[in-house]
Structures are given as C-alpha cells and as structure tokens.
Write a protein that binds this ligand. Structure first.
Ligand code: HEC
Ligand code: HEC
Length: 397
C-alpha cells in the first residue's frame, strides 16, 4: 500500500504537479489555509480529500445577517411550525445528538422525549434516519471546494436542492411535523397565519426582512440562514490539511492512507467526504418498516458525509448500524453479494465491488482516521424560550 502511494507521488513529482515538500495529500505546508480549498491552492492532491472552507457560501438572494440567523434559530426550535404544535426541527436535529436524533428512524408527530428515550406517537416512524444539520451549508461541495448553495443536494435520495427548498418540506410531512391538524395543501397558509399572530415574530421578521414580511418564503430563508451558521470545520483533519503536522496521530495517518488505498474515497471524497452521488450499497431493510425503502427508486442512496460521526450514530439511511465497526464489517462482507433481498447482486455499485479486503487492524486504523473528522466545537446553544411560548424543541422532555 505504501508502495502504491509513494509510486504515485514519484510520478506526480516527475511531472512537477507537487511541490517538493508535498506529501501527496495536497496540504498547505506553510500553514496559510486560505479557506477555499483547504489551503493548498492548486488541488493537485492525488487523493481528493481536503479541508473544509472557513466560511459558508450564501445564495445570492439570501445573504446571511445576524438578524436572519436569530429568527431562523427561533423558527428551528419552535413547535409552532408543526400541525399539532408538538414537534420542532430541533426535535430531530438536536445539538445534544450532533443535530441529528440518535435513533435509527426518526419519530415526529405524537412522539414524546428526546433521542433514544423518544416514544412512538400516533403517526408512526418517519421512514429514514435523520442526517445532521451540521455543515449542510457545504452540501454539494466539489473537490475544488466550490459550493453552489442553490443546487446543494438534500435528503438521502437528493430529492431537494438547497437548504431553502428543503426547509418547508418537513412542515408538509404527515409523520414529521404536520400530523392530522390540517390537509397538506393548507400547511403553509396555516403556519404563516399562526406566525402573523405572534408579536415576537412580527418584530423578528421585521428586523430580518423589513415590515410585513412574514411569508413562507422568508420562513425558509431564515431557517436556511440559521442552518448555514452551524459549522464544524476545524477538526484535527482540517488542521492537518491546513498545515499542522501534529494534528493527526500516527494511527490516524495510517488510517487516512488505508482509507484511500482500499477505495473508500471513490465515493467519500472532497471536503465533506461525499461525492453527493447516489449509489446502490444494498444495506438491508429496517424491519420496523412495512415497505422496502427504494431510495431514489432503484435502491440508491446518497453518499453521506463522514464528518462528525462521533455525534450521529446510528448510521446509514435507515440507522441499521449502531457503530462504525458494524459499518466497516458491512463493507468487508458486501463486495458482490447484496445484503438486501430486494437488490440484485449485479446492481451493487462497481466502486463497492472494487473495495479491497480489510483486516481488523486496517479497520481500526480507518476508524481512528474517521475520529479525526470530528469537531465538537459546533454551536450547541439552546434557546430558553421561543416566541410562541411553546416548549423549545417540542415535546422532548
Ligand atoms: C421527525 C423528525 C424530523 C423533523 C421534525 C425534521 N427533520 Fe429534517 N430530517 C429528518 C429526516 C428523517 C431526514 C432525512 C429524510 C430523507 O432523506 O428522506 C431529514 C433531512 C433533513 C435535511 C437534509 C440534510 C442532508 O444532508 O441531506 C435538512 C437540511 C433538514 N432535515 C432540516 C430540517 C428542518 C429545517 C426542519 C424543520 C423545518 C426539519 N428538518 C424537521 C427528520 C426530521
Ligand atoms: C460506492 C460508493 C461508496 C464506497 C466505495 C464507500 N462508501 Fe461509505 N457510504 C456510501 C453510501 C451511498 C452510504 C449510505 C448508504 C445507505 O444509507 O444505504 C455510505 C455510508 C457510510 C457510512 C455511514 C455514515 C452515516 O452517517 O450514516 C460510513 C461510516 C461509511 N460509509 C464509511 C465508508 C468507508 C470507511 C468506506 C471504505 C471502506 C466506504 N464508506 C466506502 C458510499 C460508499
């Protein structure tokens, strides 16, 4: 494995693609990370992994302001956005669970409690695992560190583009937020009318968007601006890529090379460790669901980010695996035989079939490397109250 990497390095150096002191990981050896592409400025790194930008990119029609972010935070925590006024975005995207919810399948309307203590309500399970909100500002980022916030892929099947478009979708969902309170086509008018009747929101919308500005569009913009403020882009890996030689342990460095060598970075690449493409992996169904989850229609799901996994177990679109060890075992067992009976072996992604075999030591090293992608310094603040007067985060106590 080392041979392969040094060989590649040699070739790159012969063609002058690397600086002489480049280690093949496109790092910024002088430590001046410029924040656009992890700081290496040329992106000739041969393994397509890089640090996150230092700042998020806003869409042209929704520049962030402190007032918008503050309004968005209130809306994110306020169960007034849900039909039965018991569920907020934060119910399933909670800072104490890495802005996810810590359970395999989310529980929305009618549920009580937070994360593993949450009990099922009258609307049943949401059919998927809640992904984190952290760094969704960078969804869709390419290997050069460029983000197009209007086209950013959202959801496990990429069915929404951009945080603004995504933000109003949970409000319509029967199991997530709407429940039985009103028919789906009454969702936005009902919620907007509720907000217009709350003085606190009149003031906050006024400050963020000007007078008479309470509309569904501005709810979406404020939520998106808040989500873009929840960043965790200074992990040990980012520090290493920006030039700090001591940020990774020897085992993590080994794990990084093995991650590339076995082929994980064919899909988990770029600053988010995701190509934002759909792939068929054939993860088995979650038996809490009556129907198989077909993903995009062909059992393909989007490559998730590998950042901040320490906070967001369980893993996969349906939370089937509780630990990273189980995920690695899955990859090791899953080269050409689908574990999901609905998936043909032939349909498994080629890049999956090309994964090299892993031994236990390599798995441990790769897991150690994945730990270097955690950055616990994200904003975990919880508002003490929200303008509706309802409990912040919904019925999570
Ligand atoms: C009942 C739990 C629940 C609630 C409430 C909820 N979500 Fe989610 N969220 C999920 C689940 C589950 C998914 C994945 C759904 C899918 O992929 O089909 C998701 C996906 C997302 C994503 C996509 C992330 C990505 O990387 O693709 C964003 C952004 C998001 N939610 C924001 C919100 C916002 C904003 C609200 C409030 C308006 C909200 N969510 C309310 C459970 C919830
Ligand atoms: C063919 C593309 C591909 C390759 C190669 C690949 N992955 Fe994945 N990875 C995915 C997709 C797609 C998912 C989500 C699958 C699902 O939910 O059904 C995923 C999920 C994961 C998850 C769960 C993350 C979460 O938040 O749920 C981890 C961890 C992971 N992969 C690590 C790895 C490692 C380590 C390797 C190398 C041994 C690897 N992957 C190789 C595409 C890939």
């Amino acid at each position: 494995m080392w041979q392969r990497i040094s060989c590649l390095l040699l070739v790159l150096m012969m063609f002058g693609a690397c600086q002489p002191d480049d280690d093949g990981f496109g790092r910024d050896r002088d430590g001046r990370g410029n924040g656009n592409n992890g700081g290496n400025g040329n992106n000739n790194n041969n393994n397509n992994l890089s640090a996150l930008p230092l700042n998020a990119t806003d869409p042209a029609d929704n520049p962030s302001t402190p007032q918008k972010i503050e309004l968005g935070k209130m809306l994110f925590w306020d169960p007034v956005l849900s039909g039965e006024q018991d569920v907020a975005c934060a119910t399933c995207h909670h800072p104490n669970r890495g802005y996810a919810d810590g359970i395999d399948l989310s529980i929305g309307v009618g549920g009580v409690g937070l994360a593993e203590n949450r009990t099922l309500g009258h609307t049943g399970f949401v059919s998927r695992n809640a992904p984190t909100i952290i760094n969704t500002a960078f969804n869709g980022i390419n290997q050069n560190g460029n983000v197009n916030p209007d086209n950013a892929e959202m959801f496990w099947d990429n069915r929404a583009s951009g945080l603004e478009e995504q933000a109003l979708m949970p409000l319509h969902s029967f199991t997530e937020m709407r429940g039985n309170a009103f028919p789906e086509n009454q969702t936005l008018p009902t919620i907007v009318a509720r907000l217009q009747n709350i003085d606190g929101y009149q003031t906050l919308f006024n400050q963020a968007f000007g007078s008479n500005s309470i509309s569904a569009e501005n709810v979406a913009k404020a939520l998106a601006a808040f989500e873009r403020s929840i960043l965790a882009n200074n992990s040990p890996f980012d520090q290493y890529m920006r030039g700090n030689d001591n940020a990774l342990t020897q085992q993590q460095l080994r794990g990084m090379n093995e991650f590339v060598d076995v082929g994980c970075n064919n899909c988990h690449n770029g600053p988010m460790f995701s190509d934002y493409e759909l792939h068929v992996l054939g993860v088995r169904e979650n038996n809490k669901l009556d129907e198989p989850d077909e993903g995009d229609g062909d059992f393909a799901f989007r490559t998730p980010t590998l950042r901040n996994l320490a906070f967001t177990a369980p893993y996969m679109h349906n939370g089937e695996f509780n630990t990273l060890e189980r995920v690695l075992d899955f990859y090791d067992d899953n080269h050409d035989e689908a574990q999901n009976n609905n998936v043909n072996d032939n349909d498994l992604d080629d890049d999956l079939q090309d994964l090299d075999n892993l031994n236990r030591d390599e798995m441990d090293d790769i897991i150690a490397f994945l730990e270097s992608l955690n950055d616990p310094t994200f904003d975990r603040s919880i508002p003490s109250s929200v303008p509706s007067g309802l409990p912040p985060g919904g019925r999570i106590e």
